[in-house]
Design a protein around this ligand. Structure first.
Ligand SMILES: C[S@@+](CC[C@H](N)C(=O)[O-])C[C@H]1O[C@@H](n2cnc3c(N)ncnc32)[C@H](O)[C@@H]1O
Length: 250
């Protein structure tokens, strides 16, 4: 386990190793037709360790993009529009959208760091295709009313600092066109849970706290559903996964 400021995120669940999970991710990606050169698995496991992979849990989901599981995915997908993946990480949701046929010209990714993006490029061998869609900067430049959809996959729970969290929500709101939708997922606390334990990401909010924050930012028509994640309970963790969507009023 790494003990830096990001400590709670830089570990793997018991019984799992980063090397094995990178291997599994590569197997899933081969299922999409990607072919690796001989010895590439060793190259990847030497290049990526818990020292330089900021969110190792995300490796377990590469090739199984969570965006598809969102309760509004089909509906929003059908409506199209300009979509921002705000905190795109490896870029997995972007690739899923493209695989599903979303128009590439309507997709933009943004992240404050390229550390996860580089893993994505190395595993999918598609840097030339994905890099032009993505921008990386210390802070989102936030063009006003530029997007119809803002997707946020597992970003809110990493925003431990309150100001970062509020700025993130405000920018998601500001960059949406009127009538646009902010949607995604975040780990949170079940309303029945007594409190957070020692483990878990920096931010774990209850459903009502999430609703209040969205309302304060100006969002309306807020919906938050708890996704079934039996493995969290099996691992003795008292947090849950919330899927959310919220609208910027007209
Ligand atoms: C746990 S990862 C999730 C990545 C990706 N969305 C996914 O579902 O695989 C969280 C991501 O949020 C990014 N992030 C953290 N703070 C951010 C901010 N203020 N604005 C945009 N992205 C941010 C991190 O760099 C990281 O790539």
């Amino acid at each position: 386990m790494i003990t830096d400021g990001n400590m709670r995120m830089r570990m793997m669940p018991d019984g799992k190793t980063l090397a094995e999970e990178l291997h599994r991710a590569m197997k899933r990606i081969e299922g999409f037709g990607v072919r690796y050169p001989l010895g590439y698995y060793d190259t990847i496991t030497q290049r990526y360790t818990l020292e330089n992979v900021p969110y190792p849990y995300i490796v377990m989901q590469i090739g199984e993009a969570r965006i598809r599981k969102h309760f509004l995915y089909s509906e929003l997908f059908g409506k199209g529009g300009d979509l921002l993946d705000y905190g795109c990480g490896t870029g997995d949701a972007i690739r899923q959208l493209i695989r599903d046929g979303y128009p590439v010209s309507r997709i933009t990714g943004f992240d404050v760091s390229d550390a996860s993006l580089r893993i994505g490029y190395d595993l999918y061998l598609d840097r030339d295709e994905i890099e032009p869609l993505v921008s990386v900067a210390p802070s989102f430049p936030c063009p006003h009313e530029r997007f119809d959809r803002v997707y946020s996959g597992s970003v809110i729970h990493v925003l431990g600092d309150e100001r970062d969290f509020l700025e993130y929500l405000e920018k998601a709101h500001r960059t949406l066109r009127k009538g646009g939708v902010f949607f995604g997922s975040t780990l949170g606390l079940d309303d029945a849970a007594p409190g957070r334990g020692r483990d878990g990401p920096p931010r774990l909010m209850r459903k009502r706290e999430l609703v209040e924050s969205f309302e304060k930012t100006g969002f309306s028509e807020i919906q938050i559903l708890q996704e079934e994640r039996p493995e969290l309970e099996l691992r003795g963790l008292n947090f849950c996964l919330y899927q959310f969507c919220a609208k910027k009023g007209k």
